[in-house]
Structure formats: structure tokens, C-alpha cells
Design a protein. Sequence first.
Length: 84
Amino acid sequence: MAKSNSAFMKPMNISPELAEVVGKGPMPRSEVVKELWAYIKKHDLQDPKNKRNINADEKLKKVFGGKGTVSMFEMTKLVSAHLS
């Protein structure tokens, strides 16, 4: 039986910028990603031509360091900076 990754499930503190998008923490990284995707889908921010890209609204631009478009892979790195 596989052991769950306890570091991935550990509640993390969330920056005020990220909290505007996913809600107040602390919450595990997995929950942050889940809430982030719910926000992206709710506000239709996934690029219709290239589904791997996210077109940021004003709230997400604060999380993404001012970038208007980021890839899914870059998004993970940028969100990590808002977790402690």
C-alpha cells in the first residue's frame, strides 16, 4: 500500500493575494491547487486555443507576479511562492 506524501498534505499558510482566489488558509497544497482550478474554470480563464495556458484576471495577476498568461507548469511554481 502506498504511503501518502505527508508534506503534500501538510496545511500551508497562504499569502493574502492567493487567499483572494482560493480562500483563507491554512490548507494543504493539494486543496490550494483544487481551489485554484475551480476558480479558473468558474471564471473561464483557460485559454481556448491552448488549454495548457491560463489567462489571468486581476486577482490571478497578483499571484502570477503581474503576468497575463502562464502555463500550467509555470503556475505551480508561481503559486508555491505564496505558500509557507
